[in-house]
Design a protein around this ligand. Structure first.
Ligand SMILES: Nc1ncnc2c1ncn2[C@@H]1O[C@H](COP(=O)(O)OP(=O)(O)OP(=O)(O)O)[C@@H](O)[C@H]1O
Length: 941
């Protein structure tokens, strides 16, 4: 099986990450089970071990610390292993005072057991998430603490059970259990930060160097060195504080809300909301928590979570047809309003909901947790830099031993000979380098901010410098947001008409369907919704009526003949289903219709085959998609009542016609792609749209060559051909030979699924080669479901072992953006939390800005590294030569060579800006490969 199908990987691709519980269980005597939950987001705890603080060991450790002049204390602080050995004993969970937590990213931490009034309660907090131990018969495990009572209740019962809201007793209990409704961003105090840093390994190294320098008589230098390090630490503190303050501002929601407690309505600050509280929604409010809609309808803007700023309708649970189903956070998203989303409009007398999750347990809270504790990025630059440094130290030590013979010969005092050895190591280790690295990254983020690119993770900017493949979503990313009308055709699929002409009863009906099957909403007199839907509604000549009643979702009217259509039910468009469905009531005809609109492929599958002329349908579809047009098919069914279930409505539907739009490329798309290709970046499209439409778009964008004889179309394993000649080919044959290098491939999600199943093991060399060839040669991935988009990114990362960038504008791109190494989204709001980079303009030039800045940061860091090492080496060699002549550098000379000589140089390197265009080569992040360059640098000295 190809790895991406693994259960473990599955969670990576889950956008909202709602997964069933999983448990990790006992192996060691003190290891305690953990039942994971979706509420932990990306930061799961994978192992918990119980420990008890030993008073005796603590006493001994304090004594040793004092005797060793704090050295042992510093060791205890910096090594978890030493701490566990020296002050803790393994214990059972009941007697534990502390827990050793191993997080999914491998990071370990010792956390305190929280003291509670009830001595039997066992709790701890890890990375802002509270965990509680349950000692029940068959579930002796830790569980993340969150409000999950509703998940045991049916939709029918929820409203009645919670009709009175929380009572005083529950308010107290919930406050103690779940805490306030806020994402509290902790700011370390200056004292805490200094204590933490001044006792870190970096400073210990500085202290040792300082002692050595002082002993060698370089007192002024030693004092200056430590002062500079403290000064830089202070600067870092203020930079950290500034970024945490920014995050805090993002996290804070200031709002008063009306809650119902003890059956009485009252006003409270939203920070005091508790899970289980009933509260009233207001127009334009920013949701302070995740909540379930119990009554009324709401239109929300989820762009802060997804980057897509179209109104999303949310309906109350009463409108769900499966009233006996238990509430499910993952499958009932259409009833849930997520924290941080904006309520655009509410509809109904009293629109209220129940608080589900607050603070760090909310979906937005999970994103903030991952921002506060970003995943460690394994980046070959850092590993290679460490190896390279070790090599330098070995060279230094070797030089020392070679020199030793001469030093002994000139009878240098023994103490000086010993100092020289330690000097060798301290000269070589570029201790302030991490600080220079973080300065390079921060300066790049500031420069990106000026260019309107908001970046949330400084580590990602370095990775951006190493990106070699850039993936693009199509609609709204490569193409403009605006679409232009091309025309429509009726069920006969014979000809395209550019304006409304009613030639038959069927056509009259089709126009009504265009006016009613959409997700457009009238907000303050403006039509908001998907561009495609807005164009279709405008074309149909229907207009949405301002209507406050909750009887219908919305009503539309055609002024010329006063035709009124009532839309009773809407199943919104879902990318993974490729369709949307509505139930419409025609007032004039007094008839109910179920109308389905979606991708032509999906609709063909669903439509009654007697209602569609397959030959004409395929012919016109081919014609239109080959021109790069966006085609939507519409089908319908006459039904008896507005209460029909979706399955009934979508069964046996009649094909009604096609609606066609032009979706042109953004003005700079082709230019940007050209620049990226010149910059040695491989460009690929991952789209949900039709294959031929996407292939045409790729040609216009110059991702694919215009030469159709070079393009292979892979619809499915049994339907593969060369685009211009339509000559059938066997995909496995082509992909397993060198011949495939001649072609560029466009494939569908269906083909990808089939070939994944075919290459089940993916282990033999030939299978691996097929997959590798496929991924390299494919420039267009089309008809991909959101999860599949993320899967493709994962395959590119793991099979090709490259760093991948992804840019997209919609909710269907979120998981792919999250999976990529450099995710970019467009957002008109402050930021989209799902991507590390968000651009407030619509142009694609942000990709070049970010890549250029990434490459610049990476080269600045490499330059800092090289110069630091080179200068250290030069200093070391000059001191070595001087010593042979029994001469030593003076204090001032050492200060000069260490600071005045290279600090300005390094400062200017870190300030270096990128050039406007991408160079045709990427920065070599492999330090070993730079050895040649480095040696030539030495030669210059
Ligand atoms: N509002 C809509 N109503 C019905 N069908 C739609 C609607 N929007 C898109 N579709 C159909 O569903 C398909 C999949 O849509 P999806 O949003 O996943 O991708 P896309 O917008 O076509 O492309 P991309 O992934 O490049 O943005 C579309 O190609 C189109 O045929």
């Amino acid at each position: 099986m190809i790895q991406t199908k693994d259960k473990q990987e599955d969670e990576k691709f889950s956008n909202l990450n709602y997964r069933s519980r999983e448990s990790t269980c006992q192996i060691d005597s003190n290891q305690v089970c953990i039942q994971n939950s979706d509420v932990e987001g990306d930061l799961k705890v994978i192992k918990i071990e119980a420990y008890q603080l030993s008073k005796f060991k603590v006493f001994i450790s304090i004594a040793i610390t004092l005797l060793s002049c704090l050295t042992f204390g510093i060791l205890l602080k910096n090594s978890i292993k030493v701490r566990l050995r020296c002050i803790f004993n393994k214990s059972s969970v009941n007697k534990a005072t502390h827990f050793l937590i191993t997080n999914q990213d491998g990071y370990q931490q010792i956390v305190n057991r929280i003291k509670t009034k009830d001595k039997n309660k066992i709790l701890f907090i890890n990375r802002h998430m509270k965990y509680q131990y349950f000692d029940d018969f068959n579930k002796k495990s830790f569980y993340p603490v969150y409000y999950h009572q509703l998940e045991k209740q049916s939709l029918r019962d929820i409203k009645s059970i919670h009709a009175e809201g929380l009572n005083d007793h529950k308010v107290e209990a919930h406050l103690e259990k779940y805490g306030n409704c806020e994402i509290h961003i902790p700011l370390p105090s200056l004292i805490e930060y200094l204590f933490d840093n001044l006792t870190s390994v970096f400073f210990i190294f500085q202290y040792i160097s300082m002692i050595l320098w002082t002993l060698e008589g370089y007192l002024q230098f030693a004092i200056l060195m430590i002062s500079v390090s403290v000064f830089i630490t202070l600067i870092n503190y203020y930079l950290l504080k500034a970024s945490l303050n920014k995050l805090k501002k993002f996290a804070k929601i200031d709002l008063n809300v009306q809650v119902i407690r003890n059956g009485v309505q009252q006003t409270i600050d939203c920070i005091d909301l508790l899970p289980g509280d009933l509260f009233l929604f207001q127009n334009n409010m920013l949701m302070p928590c995740d909540s379930l809609l119990l009554s009324g309808d709401a239109l929300v803007n989820e762009s802060s979570l997804t980057g897509e700023s179209i109104p999303i309708p949310k309906i109350s649970i009463l409108q769900n047809q499966q009233q006996d189903d238990l509430f499910n956070m993952e499958t009932m998203k259409n009833h849930i309003l997520y924290e941080g989303t904006k309520v655009i409009q509410i509809k109904g007398n009293q629109v209220y909901g129940i608080v589900l999750r607050t603070g760090y347990t909310s979906f937005r809270g999970q994103i903030f947790r991952s921002m506060l504790y970003p995943k460690h990025i394994s980046f070959k630059f850092y590993t290679n830099a460490t190896y390279f440094l070790l090599l330098m130290i070995v060279m230094g030590v070797t030089t020392y031993f070679v020199e030793l013979y001469f030093i002994i010969k000139i009878e240098l005092p023994t103490l000086l000979i010993v100092y020289r050895f330690f000097d060798t190591v301290t000269w070589m280790i570029p201790a302030p380098l991490p600080i220079f690295f973080s300065i390079c990254q921060t300066i790049s983020l500031i420069r990106l901010g000026i260019k309107k690119v908001l970046a949330t993770d400084p580590a990602k900017i370095v990775v951006a410098g190493d990106v070699s493949i850039m993936c693009f979503d199509k609609t709204g990313t490569l193409t403009k947001d605006q679409m232009e009308l091309y025309g429509y055709c009726d069920y006969t699929c014979k000809k395209i008409k550019e304006s409304l002409i009613v030639e038959s009863k069927q056509e009259e009906l089709l126009h009504k369907f265009f006016g009613s099957c959409h997700g457009v909403y009238l907000v303050n007199g403006v039509n908001l919704g998907d561009e495609l839907d807005i164009r279709m509604l405008e074309f149909s000549q229907f207009e949405i009526l301002p209507d406050e009643s909750t009887e219908f979702k919305f009503r539309v009217q055609r002024k010329i003949d006063n035709c009124i259509l009532n839309i009773c039910k809407v199943w919104e468009f879902e990318s993974s289903l490729q369709r949307m469905t509505v139930i419409m009531h025609d007032e004039q005809a007094q008839k109910f219709y179920g109308i389905v609109k979606g991708s032509p492929e999906k609709m063909f599958e669903m439509c009654n085959k007697d209602s569609v002329d397959e030959k004409n349908y395929n012919k016109i579809l081919n014609e239109l998609t080959n021109k790069g047009l966006r085609v939507i098919a519409v089908g319908y069914k006459e039904i008896q009542s507005k209460d029909a279930l979706r399955e009934e409505v979508e069964k046996d539907i009649q094909f009604a016609g096609l609606f066609v739009l032009k979706n042109k490329l953004k003005v700079d798309t082709a230019d940007v792609i050209q620049q990226l290709q010149n910059g040695n970046i491989l460009c690929k499209i991952i789209s949900g749209d039709n294959l031929l439409t996407t292939v045409q778009c790729a040609k216009e964008a110059r991702i694919l060559s215009n030469e159709s004889s070079n393009v292979l179309i892979f619809n499915s394993m049994s339907d593969c051909y060369v685009q211009n000649s339509q000559e059938k080919i066997d995909p496995l044959n082509i992909l397993s030979s060198q011949e495939c290098k001649k072609y560029q491939i466009g494939l569908t999600g269906k083909f990808l699924e089939e070939i994944q199943t075919h290459l089940q093991n993916g282990k033999s060399i030939i299978e691996q080669q097929i997959l590798k060839n496929l991924l390299i040669q494919t420039s267009v991935f089309s008809r991909c479901k959101p999860k599949q988009k993320a899967e493709i990114i994962y395959m590119l990362q793991s099979v090709l072992n490259e760093k991948i960038g992804m840019i997209g504008d919609g909710a269907n791109d979120c998981s792919a953006i999250k999976q990529s190494d450099m995710g970019i989204s467009f957002t008109k709001t402050d930021a989209s939390y799902s991507s590390p980079f968000s651009y407030s303009e619509t142009s694609l030039d942000c990709v070049i800005k970010i890549l250029a800045e990434g490459r610049c940061t990476l080269s600045n860091m490499i330059e800092c590294y090289k110069f630091n090492l080179a200068l250290n080496w030069v200093k070391f060699m000059s001191a070595s030569i001087l010593i042979l002549e029994l001469s030593f550098l003076s204090d001032i000379q050492v200060i000069f060579t260490n600071y005045f000589e290279y600090i300005p140089l390094l400062a200017f390197i870190s300030l270096s800006k990128p050039i406007q265009i991408l160079a045709p080569y990427r920065t070599i992040s492999n330090m070993m490969a730079q050895l040649d360059q480095l040696l030539s640098t030495y030669a210059n000295f």
